[in-house]
Design a protein around this ligand. Structure first.
Ligand SMILES: Cc1ncc(COP(=O)(O)O)c(C=O)c1O
Length: 310
């Protein structure tokens, strides 16, 4: 399915409850039940909300996973995903990661007895060497914040699979429009939707998409139990953002619509660090050369043109 089709038909085609052609904001906490022994599909807003649900379906479609989950922030998505692990588990984590992720691993999750080894994830051998019998997870970010280091997602997914690790990729800088870690073999993708998924610097939001339903159900149980959900208003704000991505291919249109034009810049910058690798895993996006004065980005999957290697 083409990206544009995927965007308009995934979770936001129409409101299944009213037929409204735009998903409404269901600003509600509690739902009446016809029968206390047989609850309807919605009972309490922390567990389910139709606006959040529409966004979560869209996220799942876009990243190519079985389940999408919307969180109150990127850190809520990351932290909730880390709660899949147990005290005593060991994680291998890329050294170049967002500072907040480093902080929560070295403070909160350190106290919670998650043992973490930070490695240069651009070097698959360093990752392999750090794996121990008690290693349960691999967490990377690419392009990473702040150094825009590029990690080979296919290589990381293969290592994780070979050692039975849960693999998590922070895809904030690329968005699923440009890079889909699940298609490259990852189990979980997390986002600070505050950035390019939201697109307008007017909300704080996070997202996680899980490749397989069984793991998705476990993360969804954590989302419900831990409670770091995205509210209906902010869910609604992120929804049209994703719908407008295809038309927002330039920085000026990005200002008018919610769009990932900023990740065009991220891609350009990342191309400085590892252009060959970046071109193979950030599959569909073509940008002017990083040094070009006037950025113009087009997604080749939208235009039907093959990806450029320039
Ligand atoms: C790559 C990356 N991941 C996660 C986060 C955390 O997201 P949030 O600020 O939405 O909690 C950020 C925030 O800057 C980020 O850049």
């Amino acid at each position: 399915m083409k990206d544009r089709t995927r965007l308009i038909h995934s979770g936001q085609d129409r409101d299944p409850h009213t037929g409204a052609s735009s998903i409404p904001i269901y600003q509600v906490s509690t739902y009446h039940q016809p029968d206390p022994e047989h609850l309807g599909p919605y009972d309490y807003g922390r567990s389910d909300n139709p606006t959040r649900e529409a966004l979560e379906k869209t996220l799942a479609q876009l990243e190519g996973g079985a389940r999408g989950l919307a969180f109150a922030s990127g850190m809520a998505a990351t932290s909730s995903s880390l709660l899949l692990f147990q005290p005593g588990d060991h994680l291998v984590v890329g050294r170049d990661i967002y500072g907040g992720t480093y902080r929560i691993l070295t403070t909160v999750f350190h106290r919670w007895k998650l043992d973490v080894t930070f490695v240069d994830s651009a070097d698959p051998d360093s990752v392999r060497r750090a794996i121990r019998p008690d290693t349960r997870g691999l967490f990377v970010e690419t392009p990473a914040n702040p150094l825009l280091q590029i990690t080979d997602l296919r290589a990381m997914a293969a290592i994780a699979r070979a050692h039975g690790l849960v693999s998590i990729a922070d895809n904030t800088f690329m968005t699923p429009f440009l890079q889909r870690p699940i298609e490259l073999g990852f189990d979980i993708v997390v986002h600070s939707a505050t950035k390019f998924l939201g697109g307008h610097s007017d909300l704080i939001a996070g997202a996680a998409v899980v490749r397989e339903e069984a793991l998705g159900r476990r993360l969804r149980a954590i989302q419900n139990a831990f409670g770091a959900i995205l509210g209906p208003q902010d869910s609604w704000l992120v929804l049209p953002a994703s719908r407008h991505w295809p038309s927002a291919s330039t920085p000026s249109s990005a200002r008018r619509t919610r769009s990932p034009a900023g990740c065009c810049y991220a891609l350009k910058l990342a191309a400085f660090t590892s252009p060959a690798l970046n071109n193979t895993q950030a599959m569909t996006f073509t940008c002017a050369r990083p040094a070009a004065p006037a950025p113009s980005c087009r997604s080749s999957s939208l235009t039907g043109r093959p990806p450029s290697r320039s």
